[in-house]
Design a protein. Structure first.
Length: 398
């Protein structure tokens, strides 16, 4: 954690980078300073440091917008850091860009790590291995999901944050507090509160989607991803659905999903591919051809957008992974896919030229029993490939 200092020069107040609410409270109560639209301040430590240096070099009113508030017969002057000024906007965007680079570097590091050693949230076991190993244990042993590991960042810190909540006997989903740990566990089991609260903004820090676009969180980028759990869904019904639901494999990597919406979100978040945009306006058979074309190209480590042939010298072996909405059911992490890295680096947004996939041979599936092809037809009628009556807890995309 980084240490921050109050932006008022002679104030000794300091804090750790995660305690944003406490900082805002301090600024308001002690100095009558308000930060407007604080959700676009991605690095409060850097933000306060910048304005602290400014305030030290001159009068506070010179840089902060002052306004008078009358209350109970008295009045006082408050100060606001407002993102309507060009200087403030430039600072926020610059800090976001720096934060984004740090987060992406952190995610890449965690993606390659196989030496995690974390004590389980629910049992005495110590989980060793990769992020996939951690997710697998939490789901397979305790039916708890954090979302797909590729969507996570600062994983160790996230687990410890959740542990501190449970130590206070606080439910991770509804955030009710119970008198003892045993009651909490029984509550989470009966109510199917086996995920984190998607409305809790303190968890946004740990999901990579929240760093994709300035000023937007997962709710703006993927508002359809949240589904509420239902207390009357029995575990037996969930197990039956999990075994019988057909799976569709990602176009780029070995991960598999049972819902088209989850597949689209995975492609967008992990590979920067917009499946809806790629298929828009195409008749059904052309969609089939395009999907098969993409599978052939990615299998050969050829980018279908720029025709670049990616280096495939890495000595990795494909491992099938199944994400059965919500959690991954895996035995080991995916390989470091060079074509995936290429897509991540270049972020192609153009469509594949029509003439590239008009060969009728592409009507034959590139992947045996490719369930994604079945969903292409159903998608036109608004159906996602899994019957409406099935209720699941999807992976968190934040």
């Amino acid at each position: 954690m980084r240490e921050g200092k109050c932006l008022v020069g002679d104030c000794p107040y300091a804090w750790q980078s995660e305690s944003q609410d406490e900082v805002l409270k301090h600024l308001l109560e002690e100095h009558r300073i308000v930060i407007a639209n604080v959700n676009t301040v991605y690095d409060l430590v850097g933000y306060c440091k910048y304005w602290r240096n400014k305030v030290l070099s001159g009068n506070m009113a010179q840089f902060l917008h002052g306004f008078t508030v009358k209350s109970s017969g008295s009045e006082g002057t408050f100060y606001m850091l407002n993102d309507t000024t060009s200087e403030d906007i430039s600072l926020r965007r610059s800090l976001f860009s720096e934060m984004q680079q740090r987060v992406l570097a952190q995610q890449q590091e965690e993606r390659k790590r196989d030496d995690f050693k974390i004590r389980c949230l629910f049992c005495p076991d110590t989980i060793s291995g990769t992020r996939f190993t951690i997710s697998e244990h939490l789901y397979e042993q305790h039916s708890f999901t954090l979302g797909h590991p590729d969507n996570l960042v600062y994983t160790e810190e996230f687990i410890e944050r959740l542990r501190s909540k449970m130590a206070r006997c606080e439910c991770l989903y509804c955030e009710r507090t119970f008198r003892e740990y045993k009651v909490l566990r029984e509550h989470m089991r009966k109510k199917l509160h086996k995920k984190v609260n998607p409305a809790n903004k303190e968890f946004d820090r740990y999901y990579i989607i929240n760093y994709r676009e300035y000023g937007k969180t997962w709710k703006e980028l993927d508002p359809s991803s949240e589904v509420e759990p239902r207390a009357n869904d029995s575990e037996e019904e969930w197990d039956d659905w999990r075994e019988s639901a057909p799976e569709m494999r990602c176009l780029v990597c070995p991960v598999r999903y049972t819902r088209l919406s989850d597949m689209k979100s995975h492609l967008s978040i992990v590979h920067y591919l917009d499946l809806d945009q790629l298929l828009a306006g195409l008749p059904f058979y052309s969609k089939v051809k395009l999907v098969n074309h993409l599978r052939y190209q990615f299998e050969d480590s050829v980018c279908p957008f720029c025709s670049a042939t990616c280096d495939t010298t890495s000595d990795t072996t494909e491992v099938a992974q199944t994400v059965t909405s919500p959690p991954p059911s895996v035995t080991s992490p995916p390989p470091s896919d060079v074509i995936s890295d290429h897509l991540f680096e270049h972020k192609h947004h153009q469509r594949v030229p029509r003439e590239e996939f008009e060969d009728d041979q592409l009507l034959f599936p590139a992947l045996e029993n490719d369930y994604l092809l079945c969903c292409l037809g159903e998608e036109e009628d608004g159906v996602e490939g899994v019957e409406e009556g099935v209720v699941v807890i999807p992976e968190d995309l934040r």
